[in-house]
Design a protein around this ligand. Structure first.
Ligand code: NAD
Ligand code: 0WE
Length: 262
């Protein structure tokens, strides 16, 4: 029996089989969790419904995190299937495309900043707020961050401040919900090829640079992230809250390359 048997998990942010959320769904399914998926808008409905079938998902719902009303509607629909929830995985990030190509001060605008922070950071507490009445008293909430939260990375631009805000949300949510036994954590994943990274300038260079500079000399995989998400969602992680766990094959902690190793 898997270590998530009997747990009900909602995963927000599956768009394709390359999505980090899909890696998470597969690991949660393998460990015996019951799953509900949400996707953004009708365009993704058919594709995500098929993915949901692959893991016997109990529900597959549309939810646009930009709209409070849509978040509330999705949870109203979810309540028709489940009365309680053990795990929420938030795997959503967005900034307008033109924010992510060029020098930061050239690219950043008030509206680009607002959208990046709204969709990539505020949506996490927004989802937690709507889910609050359904959350079991040992529930685990999880979000996906990136090294750009704490380091300047070329072209990541306004997503860096947005991820810094998301990581602060992890700490403030953990402090607030801790009295109710609810844990809140983040995974900071190494770069990986997904829809969100497709079309980013020099992404292939970045993957190679990070693999070469990492302790494990490779890029992190969807399975690496999915397995850590399954652990953090489970009672095995009962003492961990407010943390950002790096699943980056040991890139962030390296001071410099070790010449004799490459
Ligand atoms: P992805 O494109 O597969 O996932 C992003 C998801 O966000 C999609 O499912 C998209 O539909 C959803 N989304 C965007 N706006 C939305 C909205 N308004 N309402 C609802 N959903 C919305 O790409 P991914 O790489 O799997 O990204 C998932 C998360 O992982 C993001 O937070 C991203 O920042 C983070 N992350 C990605 C990498 C990477 O290299 N790919 C590394 C570290 C962290
Ligand atoms: O968080 C991310 C993805 C962020 C992202 C990507 C897009 C592309 C398409 C947010 N919004 C959009 N909007 C779009 O229209 N990552 C961690 C992956 C990523 O994206 C980068 C990276 C890395 C790594 C962008 C520039 C530099 C590095």
């Amino acid at each position: 029996m898997g270590f998530l048997a009997g747990k009900r998990a909602l995963v927000v942010g599956v768009a394709s089989t390359r999505s980090i959320a899909w890696g998470v769904v597969q690991a949660l399914h393998r460990e015996g969790a019951d799953l509900a998926l949400t996707y953004q808008g009708d365009k993704l409905e058919e594709r995500v419904a098929k993915l949901g079938d692959q893991v016997n998902a109990s529900a597959c719902l549309s939810m646009d995190v930009a709209e409070d009303k849509d978040i509330d509607r999705a949870f109203d629909e979810l309540r028709e299937t489940w009365d309680q929830l053990d795990i929420i995985v938030h795997s959503v990030g967005f900034a307008p495309r033109e924010q992510l190509d060029g020098r930061y001060i050239d690219c950043v605008t008030r509206e680009g900043f607002r959208i990046a922070h709204d969709i990539s950071s505020y949506s996490f507490p927004a989802v937690a707020k709507a889910a609050r009445p359904m959350l079991r008293d040992n529930a685990s909430l999880l979000t996906m961050s990136y090294l750009g939260a704490i380091r300047a990375i070329p072209n990541y631009n306004v997503m860096g401040p947005a991820k810094a805000s998301l990581e602060a949300n992890v700490r403030f949510m953990a402090a607030d919900l801790g009295r109710d036994g609810i844990r809140v954590n983040g995974i900071s994943a190494g770069p990986m090829k997904t829809l969100a990274s497709a079309g980013i300038s020099n992404f292939r260079y970045m993957l190679n640079y990070v693999a070469d500079g990492s302790a494990l000399k490779r890029n992190a995989t969807l399975d690496d992230v999915g397995n850590t998400a399954a652990f953090l969602g489970s009672d095995l992680a009962a003492g961990i809250t407010g943390e950002i766990i790096y699943v980056d094959c040991g890139f962030n902690m390296m001071g410099m390359g070790f010449p004799e190793q490459s």
